[in-house]
Design a protein around this ligand. Structure first.
Ligand SMILES: *Cc1c(COP(=O)(O)O)cnc(C)c1O
Length: 377
């Protein structure tokens, strides 16, 4: 039996979280009405430097309801990056629209603005950018294209709470920013999500749809088919406590990445998280990308780490390589495939990144990694 198993990500839950959650429980407001829900919406929107936020039941529903509120439906095309969590193309298909899968930048791994224009057709409605692994996408050229072609830009910030692009917080740049508060994200509510936006009409529409499409002025009158995607007061209480501590949590994660950089500095065959000059990323997950000659050994390297009680995870599988998305159109900078995303997806993996890890944990993980790596390479 392994005594100490170090997971890739576990939440950092402390006394403040206990206090707020207990307060929510004792208030008996356990469903989606209660003071913590609106407090969390206000405070999180203000953290993102936008006026408004609407809480939802998870990050996937944040994306789904945003597209739905923007009127996305059958026949529409939505541009998405090739390296992302599956929720992104999934919500597009759920609405009867078609994801168009676009290649990523080789250095910072987000959607490549140079490939986007080639993917645009008369049917294109929106671009979903994903600030993948905590590094912002290059928003300026994307916004320029969106203006030229009248497209909406949705930021998937599920992995990037608090990151900045130039002077702006992610989520405040496009038409809407969608966040997840799943247990492994920068802050958690257990399950949960939020849409932030400058556009109060868009958010009112999402608020309406997420609550059974009930007429705000006439109770139990529903002019459309709605959804139940509400966040509970208990979840929001957890969120408020996490949000009170978010600077500390982000700083701890930044330190963790610096420690890995220090302890893994002598391994030339891997490179760690990128950081473009125009970006202030957050370290959602420590990312390592293997040199091409080591790519076939990724599985072996990661299993040897696992045998020593250290968890890790490979990068996301390319969307188009999974059955529901096989038929999706793919677009790279100069070909109809996504070669950059394909290479990075096979070469990358994540190391334990929980905010609560200490320097000695990182030293130990790095040493165990090196042991296995030196044997296998
Ligand atoms: C986690 C994640 C989501 C989905 O969030 P859930 O809260 O799990 O539904 C969406 N997009 C990206 C990029 C994610 O990492």
């Amino acid at each position: 039996m392994m005594k100490h198993f170090i997971p890739v990500a576990s939440p950092d839950i402390g006394k403040l979280e206990e206090k707020y959650v207990l307060q929510a429980l004792r208030s008996t407001w356990v469903s989606s009405i209660g003071e913590f829900v609106s407090r969390f919406e206000h405070e999180f929107a203000s953290f993102c430097e936008v006026k408004y936020g609407v809480s939802v039941s998870n990050g996937t529903n944040a994306l789904f309801l945003t597209l739905r509120a923007l009127g996305v439906g059958p026949g529409d095309e939505i541009i998405v990056p090739a390296l992302t969590f599956v929720a992104v193309p999934a919500v597009v298909l759920q609405l009867g629209a078609n994801p168009v899968i676009v290649d990523i930048d080789p250095v910072y791994w987000c959607i490549d603005p140079k490939a986007i224009e080639r993917a645009i057709t008369k049917k294109t409605k929106a671009i979903i950018v994903v600030h993948v692994y905590g590094h912002p996408s290059d928003m300026d050229p994307i916004l320029e294209l969106a203006r030229a072609y009248q497209l909406k830009v949705i930021e998937d910030c599920a992995e990037a709470h608090g990151a900045r692009y130039k002077d702006h917080r992610v989520g405040s740049i496009g038409d809407a920013g969608c966040f997840s508060f799943y247990g492994n994200k920068i802050i958690t509510t257990g399950e949960g999500g939020m849409v932030v936006s400058r556009d109060s009409d868009l958010l009112s529409r999402i608020r309406f749809l997420k609550d059974h499409a009930m007429d705000p002025n006439r109770r139990y009158y529903h002019s459309e088919v709605g959804y139940n995607s509400r966040m509970t007061n208990i979840q929001a209480a957890l969120g408020c406590a996490q949000l009170d501590r978010i600077s500390e949590l982000i700083e701890n994660r930044a330190k963790i990445l610096e420690w890995y950089r220090e302890y893994l500095a002598d391994i030339d065959a891997i490179s760690l998280n990128p950081n473009m000059s125009w970006a202030e990323p957050v370290n959602w997950m420590v990312c390592a990308v293997l040199n091409s000659c080591l790519v076939p050994k990724r599985g072996q390297i990661l299993s040897s780490l696992r045998e020593k009680g250290v968890d890790s995870r490979p990068f996301f599988v390319l969307c188009q390589d999974m059955p529901p998305y096989n038929g999706c159109r793919t677009v790279g900078v100069d070909e109809l495939d996504t070669p950059v995303a394909r290479r990075i997806s096979l070469a990358g993996f994540n190391l334990p990144s929980s905010a609560s890890l200490k320097k000695r944990d990182i030293e130990k993980i790095s040493n165990l990694f090196k042991e296995g790596y030196l044997k296998i390479k």
